[in-house]
Design a protein around this ligand. Sequence first.
Ligand code: SF4
Length: 437
Amino acid sequence: MTTSPLTLSPRPIDPSVDHGIQAIVAGASTAQTCTTDLAAGPWSFDTRPGYGPGSSMGDVIPAGAPRQGELPGYYRTADEAELHDRIADAKAALGDRVVVLGHFYQREEVVRHADYVGDSFQLAEAAKAHPEAEAIVFCGVHFMAETADLLSQREQAVILPNLAAGCSMADMASIDEVEECWEQLAEIYGALDEPDAEGLLPVIPVTYMNSSAAIKGFVGRNGGIVCTSSNARTVLEWAFARGRRVLFFPDQHLGRNTAKAMGVALDRMPMWNPRRPLGGNDEASVRDARVILWHGFCSVHRRFTVDQIERARAEHPGVRVIVHPECPMPVVDAADEAGSTEYIRRAIDGATEPSVFAVGTEINLVQRLAAQYPQHRIFCLDPVVCPCSTMYRIHPGYLAWVLDELRAGRTPNRIQVSDDVAVPARAALERMLAARP
Ligand code: SF4
């Protein structure tokens, strides 16, 4: 679909989602938020003893892992300007000893202090590029800090400012559930490590980057590979060159959208629900499968609907609709384009005429793009202000606290992947880096 040139008057856009939520709660804005609880500090919710370091409340905490303690009072009560200055001072004092990474979906108040802003894999690569830094402060969620630990030097400390910052999608595939699924598949397909007469294995496990290190390690041990939302098609081609089928986790939507675009029929993509025998399938459909989709999803991207796209088109003729492939298939099919966060950013950056973009991804990124490209009208497809609630746990108070701790010679909230997991997980990541279209 072509975009018709539009004349737009530039208007100032506050990229801070927090300010938007505060205004809604104070009655100064008629917009809506998915929950007014977001106006409170995350420490109001992070009270469960022993909560973290896992991906979320559903995570199992490994023995000996650090626990999120209560954030000292100053960091909970200081206002935005004070915290800003405190973070800037600590960063200046620490210099090259620390690198701060900020995910695209982080709140503006945190991202403005980041040395690098990007998606999870870009940030892990940025960490790798700074072997001189003693500490890498990862303003993202737990699986991202784990990936940075896998790719950085052993002596470097990867720090997650709030251990309660997780990813609900990553939690949807636990290592126990995945091992159990693998055993059930072996009962149907036979030995999973024995190729057939054509040299193909019965099934290749593929995990999205948004999964725990334990899942990446499982994949690495079983001849599989990791993918991102940018390279999912290349990775599936890699897997189909080596196996009859793919077991794809945790995000069913990325798996379905990618495999469908490659021509895989929907009836050959059964879904595996780990709470049901054979994932809720009969043996024939598991045998006939080309891609077995794990029953996982992103609670943020699942909010986008075809109705929202139709409304955007009715209200903004000529609008260009771009969504993330974690959105459900009908939404991806109805959009003009689908692609990773980096794809979305580049698409907007490459538009030479003033245009209207309706974007189906996390609101912090959309707001920031709207502020960065005032020549365009850029808005989130979902009219409700609803950030990723787990990313949102990295409040500037937590960032100020970990930087002050580092300055004082302490290393808080270190995320470390044990060697038995790290070695195969790295192998799965290296296969991804070597995979070519
Ligand atoms: S946006 Fe979705 S996939 Fe990304 S961290 Fe949040 S819950 Fe996880």
